[in-house]
Design a protein around this ligand. Structure first.
Ligand SMILES: Cc1ncc(COP(=O)(O)O)c(C=O)c1O
Length: 438
């Protein structure tokens, strides 16, 4: 296998002498026989290493920092437990994500509830659980949290999500920090200032900090640098006039390597940029250093996960194209269809085959757009071969659906040559669980 592919596969991935991919010490051909396909395989040590790396890179430069895992990238009880073990807090964006966190007794004070339209029920559930922070996204939400906190005789910690008007230069569907977005209070329109002043008057809210998220994945440092400096400049008079800013979060969105052509910056570069911008602007405007919250999602779990599929039908259109169909697709990975996301493709049982051909790898969903890789240079494929999409640990399973009523794949965690199911494959009964039969 090309060495550059190893950088986008789980850490310590190897190839066996018979050309099989070995992840977390497990032969993926054996995993496919044991658990079936499609299958998501997560390497535990890669998740642990990424969690430790983020913690170290930020706390070495800024001791009062905390990493919050953005659970939207992928959460289930096993992943939530790993987050606790590594001392990470957690970002949630729904009552469902809160329920998963609660299922493993996630420390309430370490839970941060984001999202642009939290329901009354979700806010009440989160206050009941005693979560550390809401990240309020609208005037409506400020009032809602204040009202429900008052009903609970409680003063609730909140942060405000600001929209700093800085473009992270990523896909338009994942750009969130510009003016024309549904997220956050815009600095440019004056809403951010109004919201801060307003929350400070709310009896049942304690405004502890400010958050923004520029989008993802962001390969450049400049957007973080510009956004932090301009947000601190904007906040400085408000802080001098009584806003006690204890927390500051420039979000997540750190890039990962989906293809071997485009390497992401090291975490240390993001940490250096963010810490430098924060400390220099706090000094410049003479404001106290806040706690720094950092919210990686994708970059903790993306590389740890691979998607494993089996080849079924193969269609050749002479002189035009060869289609290789696999047993998953847009139902378990919507990213190529939604964002034109690019992935590498590996034939996991043919890593010692050198005779290659260019094919289009497609899924089994009843959509022409169900294309996992439009043009992949692969060893000649046959029905029954095993296809792996590396870097599939984030926003694959978490955005999955039951489209065409396909059961969702199983998820397996591998570690030191052992494997265990962390989410079983869905059954047809699961698909009808919510239906009435009268
Ligand atoms: C508020 C917030 N924080 C963090 C993230 C994590 O982004 P990523 O998974 O790209 O790191 C997101 C993703 O959209 C987000 O909306």
């Amino acid at each position: 296998m090309e060495p550059k592919l190893l950088n986008i596969l789980p850490m310590e991935t190897t190839v066996s002498s018979d050309g099989h991919l070995i992840v977390g010490g497990c032969d993926v051909v054996e995993l496919s026989a044991k658990y079936g396909t499609p299958l998501y395989v997560y390497d535990e040590s890669t998740i642990r290493t990424m969690a430790e790396l983020f913690t170290k890179e930020f706390s070495d430069r800024y001791s009062n920092s905390r990493i919050l895992y953005a659970s939207k990238a992928y959460i289930n009880p096993s992943i939530a437990k790993l987050s606790i073990e590594h001392g990470l807090g957690i970002d949630i964006v729904s009552g469902g994500e809160l329920a998963v966190a609660a299922s493993v007794d996630f420390p309430a004070e370490d839970i941060f509830f984001h999202g642009n339209n939290k329901s009354r029920t979700e806010v009440a559930e989160a206050i009941d659980y005693g979560i550390g922070q809401f990240v309020a996204d609208s005037f409506y939400e400020i009032d809602l949290i204040n009202e429900l906190a008052s009903n609970h005789n409680k003063v609730q910690n909140v942060m405000l999500r600001l929209s700093p008007g800085i473009d992270g230069h990523t896909h338009k569907k994942t750009t969130t920090g510009i003016l024309d977005t549904k997220f956050g209070f815009s600095i440019e329109t004056g809403d951010a200032e109004k919201a801060i002043k307003y929350v400070l008057t709310c009896k049942n809210l304690d405004l502890t900090g400010i958050h923004f998220h520029l989008g993802s994945p962001i390969f450049e440092m400049e957007p973080y640098d510009l956004a932090i400096r301009s947000v601190i400049e904007f906040l400085s008079p408000l802080i001098k006039n009584g806003f006690n800013m204890r927390d500051f979060s420039p979000g997540g969105g750190f890039a990962v390597g989906y293809t071997s052509e485009k390497s992401p910056p090291n975490i240390s570069e993001y940490a250096k940029t963010i810490v430098k911008a924060l400390t220099e602007s706090c000094e410049q405007f003479d404001i106290p250093y806040p706690r720094l919250l950092v919210e990686p999602g994708r970059s903790i779990v993306a590389r740890a996960g691979i998607a494993l599929y089996k080849v079924g039908a193969i269609k050749e259109i002479p002189g035009l194209r060869k289609y290789v169909s696999v047993d998953g697709g847009m139902g378990d990975n919507i990213r190529p269809a939604l964002y034109d996301s690019k992935y590498e493709v590996i034939v996991a049982n043919k890593l010692n085959v050198t005779d290659t051909e260019v094919v289009r790898v497609v899924g089994k969903y009843c959509e022409t757009g169900d294309i996992l890789a439009p043009s992949a240079d692969l060893p000649r494929c046959n029905t029954g071969d095993l296809i792996v999409l590396p870097t599939s640990g984030a926003y694959g399973m978490s955005m999955s659906s039951n489209y065409n009523l396909n059961p969702r794949p199983a998820v397996v965690m591998v570690s030191n040559g052992n494997s265990r199911i962390i989410r079983r494959r869905e059954t047809y009964a699961d698909l009808m669980r919510c239906d009435e039969f009268e």
